[in-house]
Design a protein around this ligand. Sequence first.
Ligand code: PGA
Length: 251
Amino acid sequence: MRRPWIGGNWKMHKTIGEALELARALKAGLPAADSVEVVVAPPYTALKVVADELRGAAVQLAAQNIHWADQGAYTGEISPVMVRDTGCRQVIIGHSERRQWFGETDELINKKIGACLNHDLEPVFCVGETLEEREAGRVEEVLTRQVREGLRGFNRGEAARGVIAYEPVWAIGTGKTATPETAQQVHSFIRDLLAGLYDKTVASAKRIVYGGSMTPETARGLITQPDIDGGLIGGASLKAESFLAIVKECI
Ligand code: PGA
């Protein structure tokens, strides 16, 4: 049985004060059941205060990105050592917004996943096709490349770490959630890919979560699909009420 994983990607939202307020509301409203793994990814500036606020609560902390090096002359970057130091246990890697706006390539993403593994950080490895790629019938080709290149060089133990987030770019922030059937088809394809790259044990244990306009209304239909193991939530994670409602849909 794969334990559902629900992550809130706060993106470039929330001042320190606003982040603290949201963390407090999450802590107060979190269901007692630990059958779901709940994760939040605040912006860097709020990681430490949110970590302190959530100490003892059943919520894990993730960073939204890292640099691949431990330290060095990389102005403006944040290292895996630094995010680990704030209390993070997970890191979102290769989000489509990083691929699109910051030129992140499969090769760079592969390096960043390696940096996570070296620092005991679980990667939340994001993949997904654009609308153009979907319309051109290239979904499987794109996902095969992203998964294979992202995991290049990792052994089965390493590949088993963290989760994969399937986030079709056309569904992110657009209000156009993928239908449960469309998402299930891709999740099942990714699981088969993992079985081919590694083996059935790795594939069947790996959590593959869906991201892209997931809301309390669409969550249940998605997460009850056999290969969908939770969600990476953007917009609906910015309010405690909607994020907690999605968590509750998974219990
Ligand atoms: P969304 O974002 O839920 O606002 O579509 C999801 C994500 O980008 O992780």
